[in-house]
Design a protein around this ligand. Structure first.
Ligand SMILES: [Zn+2]
Length: 276
């Protein structure tokens, strides 16, 4: 897939285990340590990289990497068709009837593209009721970060809620983003069923939203069905179980996310830290 050189590998480890990546210049108070590009507060973990508007291209590359992993995984299961970046209207989505042409244009519905659309039975043509629509989102879980709350990662025995060591509730940001995405699509299209829409939301530290996990299981099942067919046809002995296939997909998504994170951070370290 990819090889990480030493610099990249070091950055990936520091990001993953949350070590300090930057050092505040000794003569600056924390409140005076600001981004030279956008004027926002800087931090030692590089959290600002996820929020800095100046780094616009890097998060897009990271997002597209994850999108391509899913697209490639679905394309391996040949009985289904996977479309990358198809417009919603071309795959059969119907805009809400109460939206006028002008309102549709304002909401950019004609240009709106789904990251991936999976058509389970291409022989039957475009059938939106069965089409899986996937929207990939990568969100930072750092908006509520308070270092004062730092401590070990804990799990509430009653509610099962996991709180990361740095005070962030793991999965909160993903949950919010997934809800926002679902509402975003529901406000625009009348025939999008909730069961067919997959907000594939990843947090930068690796948490994958439940809908995303379900999607990976579905893709693994599609691949296994196809492999089963081929095996029966050719008496081909190679066969990976469903669990192995799901794990491989998770690993691929995870490696791609970490690669994207480190690319973003390398650019950030190069461009953004204040120069005096
Ligand atoms: Zn900035």
């Amino acid at each position: 897939m990819y090889a990480a050189d030493n610099t990249r590998f070091r950055i990936q480890c520091k990001l993953r285990f949350r070590y300090r990546l930057l050092k505040r210049p000794a003569h600056l108070l924390p409140a005076a340590w600001l981004c030279t590009k956008c004027g926002k507060q800087l931090d030692e973990f590089g959290d600002h990289a996820h929020a800095c508007k100046h780094l616009k291209g890097a998060p897009v590359t990271r997002h597209n990497g994850v999108r391509d992993v899913i697209h490639a995984a679905v394309s391996c299961a040949k009985q289904v068709r996977s479309l990358s970046e198809a417009t919603m209207l071309s795959i059969g989505a119907v805009p809400k009837p109460e939206l006028s042409h002008q309102a549709q244009a304002e909401l950019k519905i004609p240009e709106h593209r789904a990251d991936i659309a999976i058509i389970p039975d291409p022989d039957r043509g475009v059938n939106f009721a069965d089409t899986l629509v996937i929207d990939v989102t990568i969100t930072a879980a750092t908006s509520t970060l308070t270092l004062a709350a730092a401590g070990p990662t804990t799990k509430d025995k009653e509610t099962g809620e996991v709180t990361a060591g740095d005070g962030r509730a793991t999965g909160k940001a993903a949950e919010e983003k997934a809800k926002w995405k679902t509402d975003f699509y529901a406000a625009r299209y009348s025939n999008l069923q909730k069961g067919n829409f997959f907000p594939f939301v990843l947090e930068t530290q690796g948490f994958l939203h439940a809908r995303g996990r379900l999607l990976l299981c579905k893709i693994a099942r599609l691949q296994a069905e196809y492999a089963d067919e081929r095996r029966r046809a050719a008496k081909y002995p190679s066969y990976a179980s469903l669990g192995v296939r799901t794990r491989r997909l998770i690993e691929r998504v995870s490696a791609t996310l970490q690669f994207g994170n480190s690319t973003l951070m390398m650019r950030y370290l190069q461009d953004c830290p204040p120069r005096f």
